[in-house]
Design a protein around this ligand. Structure first.
Ligand code: UD1
Ligand code: MG
Length: 456
């Protein structure tokens, strides 16, 4: 029996999140909790993934419209057993069924694989030992150590409550057994719910073996019920990513002060200082150094680039050996060739910069193509927007733009041109010439006095 079907239970409301967002849509590492579980399920290569949803219904479905999963609505949350019952008609009669919980984002693929492999003509449940087992279903074992039942906390005797081995909620079994057992469970318990966990006692009564696989990785089975849980899991998730980066040889000045909200690929000898956030898909090639407090999103940073503190980079390619920041902002559509220098308080948007060009201080350059070996002086602004339309600026190779200039687009500054400081350029500037456009004369007024403060 090689067929695997996975049922993800995600109908719970998540009252303790105190949020209008359905619980499973809250994020860990900028990815919805349920997305983590669906990704784990996909890694197990099942024939089917069924998600039982309820609260937040269509919002949850819409978020995962691109996923090849079957959605089953559980209108009333009458318990975990009832939830699985809703999925039965969608499951393959000859499959093994793995039950996952939609609010356990760090669920581990290898543990799940092992559990489903154990479930050949058996019921396999995943348990763990918890110092404070309050609230969990307890694994009740016989004197010989075999599992006889799971008793929910609220239904447990004080003796049973002293059991520290608890149910994670993750289990696997053949479909034939599941169908039979689910038809035999009732809601005669303290909570008036149909408990999935009651199938354990049914299996034992029917002589079907129950194996409990005990996991030591508590975080991989921890469900999220509150913002406190969410924040703790986020830290664990980030710590694991940091650990992986260290193992790959990345230098982290403080492994507890890096956040990766997506995928970060690093080459050799990458150094990352404290408080950096990486979002989406980011690549840092060999010898890249990222200083403290940078936010880098969907970016490709080529070899040898140094990024100084407080730099923000979004949808940008930075060419090899460039020097960026401090306090630079590279916005979407920006592409820098090798050896460029982008300095403090410089904002680039949708701009291409050729090899060796420099924009070192206090400038806005948007919708612009800059050639090679160009120097853009401090305080230069490309006026790319007339209030309704955007226009491009072209600055050819070897141009020198003097400080505090405005280039009013659409405009081309020809190769080798020099723009005098303080110019407002509104027409194309020819190659190799000095172009300036300022007040005609420089005047000085002798005896002029600064205004005095008026005393009342
Ligand atoms: C459940 C287990 C308990 C285990 C604990 C681990 C049962 C009866 N109990 O308890 O043994 O120790 O998980 O966290 O199974 N859900 C639905 N529909 C429902 C009820 C729940 O989809 O009608 C989903 C929830 O969204 C959640 C999961 O099932 O993802 C578990 O439900 P929850 O209410 O948290 O169960 P517990 O009482 O914590
Ligand atoms: Mg729970």
């Amino acid at each position: 029996m090689n067929k695997l079907n996975i049922v993800i239970l995600a109908a719970g409301k998540g009252t303790r999140m105190h949020s209008n967002t359905p619980k499973v849509l809250h994020e860990v590492g900028a990815k919805a909790i349920l997305a983590h579980v669906i990704d784990c399920a996909k890694d197990l290569n099942p024939q089917k993934i069924i998600v039982v949803y309820g609260y937040g219904g269509e919002t949850v479905r819409a978020e995962f419209a691109h996923e090849n999963v079957v959605w089953v609505h559980q209108a009333e949350q009458l318990g975990t057993g009832h939830a699985v019952q809703q999925a039965l008609t969608h499951l393959d009669a000859d499959a093994k069924i793995l039950i996952l919980l939609g609010d356990v984002p760090l669920v581990d693929v290898h543990t799940c694989k092992n559990l489903s492999e154990q479930a050949n003509n058996k019921l396999a449940i995943l348990s763990f030992n918890k110092t404070d087992p309050t609230g969990y279903g307890r694994i009740v074992r016989s004197t010989t150590g075999s599992v006889v039942a799971i008793i929910e906390h609220k239904d447990a005797s004080s003796e049973q409550r002293s059991i520290s081995e608890v149910n994670t909620g993750i289990m696997a079994m053949p479909m034939t057994y599941l169908t039979k057992w689910l038809s035999q469970i009732s809601n005669q318990n303290v909570q008036g719910e149909y408990y999935l966990t009651d199938i354990v006692a049914l299996a034992v009564a029917q002589g079907i073996e129950v194996v409990a696989v005990v996991t030591r990785d508590e975080w991989s089975v921890t469900g999220i019920n509150s913002k406190e849980d969410l924040s703790k899991i986020e830290r664990v998730y980030q710590a694991r990513i940091a650990q992986n980066l260290l193992q790959q040889g990345v230098t982290l000045k403080d492994a507890s002060r890096i956040d990766v909200r997506g995928t970060l690929h690093c080459g050799r000898d990458v150094v990352i200082d404290v408080n950096c956030v990486f979002e989406g898909n980011v690549t840092l090639a060999d010898n890249v150094r990222v200083a403290a407090n940078c936010v880098i999103k969907n970016a490709e940073i080529h070899a040898g680039v140094h990024i100084a503190p407080f730099t923000i980079i979004d949808e940008t390619q930075v060419g090899a050996n460039s020097r960026i920041g401090p306090f630079a902002r590279l916005r979407p559509g920006t592409k820098l060739d090798a050896d460029t220098h982008i300095g403090n308080f410089v904002e680039l948007k949708n701009t291409q910069v050729g090899t060796g060009s420099k924009i070192n201080h206090l400038s806005y350059v948007g919708d612009t193509t800059i050639g090679r070996n160009v120097n853009i002086g401090a305080g230069t602004i490309t006026c790319n927007y007339d209030g309704v339309n955007k226009f491009r600026t072209v600055i050819e190779d070897d141009v020198f733009v003097g400080s505090d200039s405005q280039l009013v687009a659409p405009i081309t500054i020809g190769k080798g041109a020099t723009i005098a400081a303080g110019s407002t350029i509104t027409r194309d500037a020819p190659a190799d010439q000095l172009t300036f456009c300022r007040a005609k004369e420089q005047k000085s007024i002798a005896g002029w006095k600064r205004p005095q403060k008026i005393t009342k």
